[in-house]
Design a protein around this ligand. Structure first.
Ligand code: GAR
Length: 199
């Protein structure tokens, strides 16, 4: 089974979906640790399920580079095959990215390259888009710019609020992300410039 480290900052529903899959006998991956940057529901849920939780708050470090270094070392200690950012709301640093190049998988609540950043759901609504969705992609040095692994659409209805739309997107994200992580854990990922595919 491929060891996976999950990183989260929020309610942890994507993380929980990954833990549910990892609990199955036939799972191609194990979640060996959950890394958080703040006290959050994700940390509570992971601890309650007996998963190692590592908390690294940016404010506890002298600067971003020191936080980046600690994050890199703590994650590397677990020897992960892949790292999954599941609602992790901090930009990863240079050291972390170069140590784990092409091995960090992110789930974003919009159809990239539309609506990148921290407010993907609100931005799609405010723009008046009629369809949005979710993207699973490899993380590179940009914000939500890395090679795309999979996408799924979600139709926006006229009476949607950010909350109702985000809940529908997250329901789709949980399925897409767990499927992609299982496939990548089992078969790896091949990149060719901007293109990435699971063989
Ligand atoms: C998910 O929709 C995820 O795509 C998003 O946060 C939510 C986490 O939900 N991430 C981002 O917006 C990152 N820019 P959860 O805490 O219930 O798993």
């Amino acid at each position: 089974r491929t060891p996976i480290v999950v990183m989260a900052s929020g309610t942890g529903s994507l993380m929980s979906a990954l833990l549910d899959v990892a609990a199955g006998d036939d799972s191609p991956f194990d979640v060996v640790a959950v890394v958080v940057d703040r006290d959050c529901r994700a940390a509570e849920l992971a601890a309650a399920r007996g998963v190692d939780v590592v908390t690294l708050r940016l404010r506890d470090f002298a600067d971003r580079a020191a936080w980046d270094q600690a994050l890199t070392e703590r994650v590397a200690d677990y020897g992960p095959g892949y790292i999954v950012t599941a609602g992790f709301m901090k930009i990863l640093g240079e050291q972390f990215l170069s140590r784990f190049t092409a091995r960090i998988i992110n789930s974003h609540p919009a159809l990239l390259p539309a609506f990148p950043g921290a407010h993907g759901v609100a931005d799609a609504l405010a723009y008046g888009a009629k369809v949005t969705g979710t993207t699973v992609h490899l993380v590179d040095a940009g914000v939500d710019t890395g090679p795309i692994l999979a996408q799924a659409p979600v139709v926006i209805s006229p009476d949607d609020t950010e909350t109702t739309l985000h809940e529908r997107i997250k329901a789709v994200e949980r399925v897409l992300l767990t499927d992609v992580v299982a496939a990548v854990a089992a078969r790896g990922v091949v990149t060719d410039g901007r293109k990435a595919y699971i063989p």
